[in-house]
Design a binder for this molecule. Structure first.
Ligand SMILES: CC(C)(COP(=O)(O)OP(=O)(O)OC[C@H]1O[C@@H](n2cnc3c(N)ncnc32)[C@H](O)[C@@H]1OP(=O)(O)O)[C@@H](O)C(=O)NCCC(=O)NCCS
Length: 147
């Protein structure tokens, strides 16, 4: 079992390895993760899951006025279906205490859609042609939190 903590500059090589394995054509560049890891405003949160001293997964998002936007969550292919993404989302929710959360997901990404649905998100819309390489619609998902 690993631990979840804030992303730091030392984590970026491990994060990029997972990012490139998961998102190939549309992987975020190093500079985006450097900005996330150096973020001090308190608006943007980025967390890593560390196991055996290595990054096994990460999540990023921002929370403004109780509205959490999840940007990305990804888990090393060798660690999937062990509850890592569920734990990362749970920790982000615990830290940010949102009233609502939103995200977009590729229509074909059935693993992620199942993950979010299992955590109480529901699908409320579609953004036509939101993604490129390959072109695809986004499904928009939302969750509301009770006090
Ligand atoms: C989607 C992703 C983050 C899930 O990570 P994970 O750590 O394997 O997910 P968890 O083990 O926490 O799964 C929690 C629940 O989500 C659902 N789920 C996760 N992966 C699933 C899959 N491949 N098929 C069906 N349901 C799945 C299940 O309900 C699962 O609970 P269960 O294992 O008890 O049945 C991972 O597959 C990944 O990194 N994919 C590539 C990156 C990506 O697409 N990110 C999302 C961008 S929007």
């Amino acid at each position: 079992m690993g631990i979840i903590r804030k992303m730091t500059a030392e984590d970026i090589d491990g994060v990029l390895k997972i990012e490139r394995a998961c998102f190939t054509a549309e992987a975020w560049p190093r500079g985006d993760f450097e900005a996330l890891a150096g973020e001090e405003s308190g608006v943007i949160a980025s967390l890593v899951y560390i196991v055996d001293g290595k990054v096994g997964g990460y999540i990023s998002g921002s929370c403004i006025c109780g509205e959490l936007e999840i940007y990305s969550v990804a888990v090393d292919p060798s660690l999937r279906r062990k509850g890592v993404a569920r734990a990362l989302i749970g920790e982000l929710e615990r830290l940010e205490k949102p009233a609502t959360a939103f995200l977009e997901v590729r229509e074909s990404n059935s693993a992620a859609r199942s993950l979010y649905t299992s955590l109480g998100f529901w699908e409320f819309g579609r953004r036509a042609g939101y993604y490129s390489r390959p072109d695809e619609d986004a499904i928009t998902m939302k969750k509301e939190y009770k006090d």
